[in-house]
Design a protein around this ligand. Structure first.
Ligand code: MG
Length: 382
């Protein structure tokens, strides 16, 4: 048998050279890792980053963290994990259509929510209040703490030792102004996150009976999705219409984003990562351009849908009542650990010496799943 030249045909540098646009982040141009490591024989740097996220404890725990409907959700509704997988699926489609680095996009998408504490946004807001005097709490900043400090991969360094582009992307999401302008790979993940939650929160809210499909069809972007669904399926109604509308809602947003972003790449002659950043930063007077963006009609339609969801769903009496109970439990558990730091697990106790008991307590509680927090609250306080 003649030998197959595996080294050549599977080489990720050559593959990226063939498939990525000049505006994409090429793995060979990575700024590397904080702690130097030997290159892998057949995985690119961003493939390794993706695998490190998937194999982390923080990623596994997303399965049992609420997305939005704390305490109301049953097995139909999205968890943080299934939300993350929907974002990753949409982001991969966008990345391939825009000739971006799919391995990097997948890493950023899979990791984008690992900093979320239990109990959805109620949990995050509560921790932010409790840590107001200690620098606050934010899920994007917490993701960075997980990536660089809290997860353990090797005794040689703390955290996951991810590529600098992954850490930069996460730092960009903190919006503290010190991070570099986002790569197109980062912009794609932010857009995919928005497409995913606008659509699946709509679906979950219908399932919970918080809104009806009839009300939603009064919104222009949902009506447009229904028109497209009927073009394909004829005069569908009920559950068939609902499923088709949600499918079309994702599809029309993705198609719009691809067309707009391709147009902007051509119009602004984006031919390098440096140009992506220069265009984003603009002329210093706040006139920068986000290349991955929707057309004005779709952007306006999304805004209307989001305002509708905010009023009818996120701030509905049912959601707010459960939210208040969740916040009370988390606050009580936080206060209990701050008063009993000797009960923190050893590594959080050890870290409290450097970062203080409140921050280490927040690290511990933020890592809990909804059901673990429930159990621990019952054990400690009932
Ligand atoms: Mg998200």
């Amino acid at each position: 048998m003649t030998g197959i030249d595996w080294a050549n045909i599977s080489d990720w540098r050559a593959r990226e050279g063939h498939t990525l646009g000049a505006w994409a982040m090429h793995s060979a141009d990575s700024a590397g890792r904080v702690h130097a490591e030997q290159p892998h024989p057949f995985r690119s740097p961003y493939q390794r980053d993706r695998d490190r996220i998937v194999h982390s404890a923080a990623f596994r725990r997303l399965a049992h963290k609420t997305q939005v409907f704390t305490g109301l959700a049953d097995d139909y509704h999205r968890s943080r994990l299934t939300h993350t997988l929907e974002v990753t699926s949409i982001a991969r489609t966008l990345a391939r259509a825009l000739a971006l680095n799919e391995d990097l996009v997948e890493t950023l998408a899979l990791g984008h929510d690992i900093g979320h504490p239990p109990l959805g946004h109620a949990g995050e807001d509560t921790l932010a209040d409790l840590l107001a005097a200690e620098g606050g709490f934010n899920h994007n900043a917490q993701a960075l703490r997980i990536m660089t400090l809290l997860e353990g991969l090797s005794s040689r360094f703390p955290g996951l030792n991810l590529s600098r582009e992954v850490l930069d992307a996460q730092a960009t999401r903190k919006r503290d102004g010190s991070a570099p302008a986002p790569l197109l790979e980062t912009q794609v993940v932010d857009a995919a996150d928005s497409i995913a939650y606008d659509t699946h929160d709509t679906d979950d809210a219908i399932e919970l009976g918080l809104v009806g499909l009839d009300e939603l069809l009064e919104l222009p972007i949902v009506a447009e999705a229904a028109t497209r669904a009927r073009e394909v399926l004829g005069d569908v109604t009920g559950g068939d219409l609902r499923r088709a509308v949600l499918h079309e809602l994702v599809d029309l947003q993705v198609a719009d984003l691809v067309a707009e972003s391709r147009g902007t790449i051509e119009r602004l002659a984006i031919d390098s990562v440096a140009r992506v950043r220069a265009v984003f930063d603009g002329d210093g007077a706040g006139r920068g351009v986000r290349v991955v963006a929707h057309s004005p009609p779709v952007a306006a339609g999304k805004k209307q849908l989001e305002m509708f969801l905010f009023q009818k769903v996120y701030r509905s009496d049912r959601v707010m009542t459960v939210r208040a109970a969740a916040q009370e439990k988390l606050s009580q558990l936080f206060a209990w650990y701050v008063a009993h730091p000797e009960e923190l697990p050893a590594r959080f106790r050890a870290r409290a010496g450097a970062c203080g008991v409140p921050r280490s307590t927040a690290d511990y509680i933020a890592g809990m799943t909804d059901r673990y927090l429930e159990w621990d609250h019952g054990r400690r306080l009932c």
